[in-house]
Design a protein around this ligand. Structure first.
Ligand code: B12
Ligand code: SF4
Ligand code: SF4
Length: 292
């Protein structure tokens, strides 16, 4: 299929790709707000990965059909956000980033067997606030250059949703956008495995700007997970204190229950952090920091 917006020269798309990647990388690496906070005057996140996809990539519609009608395509969330703009879906691009956990957080988490370490809990609370700021920053920079943009997961319309097939879900999935944008594949635990591993958080922006999409280096949906090769590995299952991971994948009900019953209380009592998080299955595993 070739429905390229032919009026845009390829050089412009390549140039946009380069400055957007640099702008996000410089912001993450240089911002004083990229900080764990509390007693940790250190970065919340390491240097980011950045990837791009076309807003009309057919994968967006495929995932919508598989997951549920509620899952937005880029076209849907852009139309909701800018109802007065007349545009073609081929004019949209999706900009995605991956924020890797730092070496210090990873070292702490590898030692944990029941509860998250304080650094990791702070990456979920303060680190996620910074992740949202990355989205706002990208939107602001694009707006200042005349491009309309929205961070779907920060949209007033974004909601937690229920998928008949996959249970807990939401109106916009960062993992699916990152998969389509060439940043990684799914794992046995449901998380995305990227070139900097799975111990990471993700974010994205949909914008009306021509960008060269990132080439996907994979053909299969679960290609980077060792379990998908021969049914082995499953180190993530050993790491899960809730027994929420087995050869069939990730049991979200058990995962949510463990977070509600144990880790949330622990973080509140021990770190005075009020958040829902566990994340043990992302650390001390072959796919923690790389494609295994
Ligand atoms: C709802 C939600 C949850 C729910 C449900 C988790 C889930 N898997 O969706 C709960 C509370 C359980 C949860 C827990 C966690 N979450 Co969460 N969560 C979300 C949220 C808000 C929405 C996700 C969504 O809409 N998914 C859509 C559904 C349909 O996708 P899915 O369930 O993964 O199903 C697909 C695939 O996994 C696959 N699949 C299904 N079964 C199988 C089996 C095999 C073998 C394979 C290969 C694939 C596969 O097919 C499905 C359809 O495509 C996102 C933020 C966002 N807006 O995206 C964060 C997000 C997914 N969470 C994240 C994180 C970090 C976590 C935790 C580690 C932290 C924590 N809170 O403890 C745990 C990890 C648990 C785990 N092992 O997945 C990150 C993921 C980062 C990454 N590297 O992928 C996200 C993207 C947040 C962010 N901004 O970074 N989360
Ligand atoms: S630990 Fe092994 S089985 Fe689990 S997600 Fe990583 S590669 Fe896949
Ligand atoms: S985040 Fe969920 S799946 Fe991962 S170790 Fe904790 S309880 Fe288990």
């Amino acid at each position: 299929m070739n429905n390229d917006p032919i009026s845009v020269p390829s050089a412009v798309k390549v140039e946009n790709t380069a400055w957007l990647r640099k702008m996000i990388t410089d912001f993450v690496n240089g911002s004083p707000e990229n900080c764990l906070g509390a007693n940790y005057r250190e970065k919340a996140w390491g240097s980011p990965l950045v990837g791009f996809s076309r807003g009309d990539d057919p994968y967006y519609q495929c995932f919508k059909e598989d997951i549920g009608e509620f899952l937005w395509t880029p076209f849907e969330i852009f139309s909701k956000s800018f109802p007065n703009i007349d545009f073609d879906p081929s004019e949209l691009s999706v900009i995605c980033w991956v924020l890797p956990q730092t070496e210090a957080t990873k070292a702490d988490m590898r030692r944990q067997i029941e509860y998250p370490a304080e650094r990791a809990a702070l990456s979920r609370s303060n680190g996620e606030i910074f992740n949202l700021k990355v989205g706002q920053y990208v939107v602001n920079i694009l707006n200042s250059r005349g491009y309309e943009a929205v961070a779907p997961a920060q949209s007033e319309y974004w909601e937690i949703k229920w998928s008949e097939k996959y249970h807990n879900a939401s109106s916009w999935s960062e993992k699916h956008a990152a998969f389509i944008s060439g940043l990684g594949t799914f794992s046995l635990t449901d998380t995305l495995i990227t070139e900097v591993g799975t111990a990471a958080r993700l974010g994205s922006v949909v914008a009306r700007i021509p960008i060269e999409p990132t080439q996907r280096k994979y053909t299969r949906y679960d290609e980077y997970c060792l379990h998908s090769k021969d049914g082995g590995c499953m180190k993530c299952a050993d790491r899960c204190p809730a027994g929420a991971i087995d050869k069939n994948g990730h049991d979200k009900a058990k995962c949510v229950e463990y977070q509600n019953q144990y880790t949330s209380k622990y973080m509140d009592e021990n770190y005075k952090i009020n958040t829902r998080y566990c994340g043990l299955c992302q650390f001390d595993i072959p796919c923690e920091s790389c494609i295994p």
